[in-house]
Ligand binder design. Structure first.
Ligand code: NAD
Ligand code: UDP
Length: 323
């Protein structure tokens, strides 16, 4: 086996830490880079004494100089409350981060993977969303810093691919959940589980009829690796997510059932530009990557609840007040 030097930006985050686990287990030489804005070192503490794992505290908006064979670019706050906390920084992270990893990939002739998002489809008029759908993003709304930053990053990836033949792999990730989500990241699954376990009421934004399709983290990482290790003549973008679609109210009821919590549902004002529906069309992933998710929502939630029960919420610093 030839060992590859693989950089994972945002490697201490929720998805990044699972990806680092898989790459370290496979015997690769892994460099995890993170500025710990929305994560903590504890996510990768179990990897620190491995000889094939290295941790760098660095911000991807600043240039970086490393010798690598592959790059997974995951660095970016992903939860709405945290990416809206400093929207200009969020845009810089996506755009300057992409420029910096693409420059490194060009110099090292490395293959580079971009964690794009279903948010590039905005509040979609087409349902489910195939990769060919161009999207409906409000360019001046509060989510635009993230959505437009990720759209610009996709553009940069494809321009480097066309101009410099940089080997690129782009995935569009749909809502993913699982162990190591930050308890205070403000996303719906972590919020509902934390609230249920603390015996608090569950906060539904809007009427709870908006939908999301939830993918378990292990399935998602399988999709990442299938794409990264797939044929060079398929750069993507490819949707990776679980087509099982639920209303937010159904999710809340399932969390209450699985935790046995006495929590009540309470309704809060819907955030601006909150997408009303979201479901991946995964035909392309099935066809090109031979990939589809395996873990149903109930089973994935049980595993996630077990994780949340195993940690002490006091050990976590809320990244911003918006959770
Ligand atoms: P996360 O917040 O847990 O992880 C992001 C990581 O990036 C964190 O460790 C954070 O500290 C780090 N980071 C943020 N800004 C940085 C910077 N300027 N320099 C260096 N590191 C920085 O979120 P996640 O869910 O693991 O998301 C990982 C990636 O996947 C993100 O790019 C996100 O946009 C994308 N994504 C995730 C989902 C999902 O449902 N989880 C959906 C769509 C896209
Ligand atoms: N949401 C909610 N209560 C919460 C957090 C989120 O009702 O405590 C809703 C949010 O308004 C959205 C959905 O859950 O409609 C998913 O939100 P999340 O922040 O997880 O991700 P998004 O897909 O919106 O980026």
């Amino acid at each position: 086996m030839s060992i590859k030097r693989i950089l994972v930006t945002g490697g201490a985050g929720f998805l990044g830490s699972h990806l680092c686990d898989r790459l370290v287990d496979a015997g690769q030489d892994v460099i995890c880079l993170d500025n710990f804005f929305t994560s903590q070192k504890s996510n990768v503490a179990h990897l620190l004494d491995k000889p094939n794992f290295e941790l760098i505290r660095h911000d991807v908006t600043h240039p970086l100089w490393l010798e690598v064979d592959e790059i997974f670019n995951l660095a970016c706050p992903a939860a709405p409350g945290h990416y809206q906390f400093n929207p200009v920084k969020t845009m810089k992270t996506s755009v300057l981060g992409a420029i910096n990893v693409l420059g490194m990939a060009k110099r090292c002739r490395a293959k580079v993977f971009q964690a794009s998002t279903s948010e590039i489809y905005g509040d979609p008029e087409v349902h489910p969303q195939p990769e060919s759908y161009k999207g409906s993003v409000n360019t001046i709304g509060p989510r635009a810093c993230y959505d437009e930053g990720k759209r610009a990053a996709e553009t940069l990836f494809f321009d480097y691919h066309r101009m410099h033949r940089t080997k690129i792999k782009v995935v569009r990730i749909f809502n993913t959940y699982g162990p190591r989500m930050h308890p205070f990241d403000g996303r719906v699954v972590s919020n509902f589980i934390r609230q249920a376990l603390m015996g608090e009421d569950i906060t539904i934004f809007g009427d709870g009829q908006q939908t999301r399709s939830f993918c378990y983290v292990d399935d998602l990482i399988d999709g990442f690796l299938a794409h990264m290790n797939g044929p060079d003549d398929f750069p993507g973008p490819v949707n990776v997510g679980n087509p099982g679609e639920f209303t937010i109210k159904q999710l809340a009821e399932l969390v209450i059932e699985l935790t046995g919590a006495p929590s009540k549902l309470v309704y809060r004002e819907a955030p601006a530009d909150d997408p009303m529906q979201r479901q991946p069309d995964i035909k392309l992933a099935r066809e090109k990557l031979g990939w589809e998710p395996k873990v149903a929502l109930r089973e994935g939630l049980e595993r996630t609840i077990a994780y949340f029960k195993s940690v002490n919420f006091d050990d976590f610093r809320a990244p911003t007040p918006n959770y």
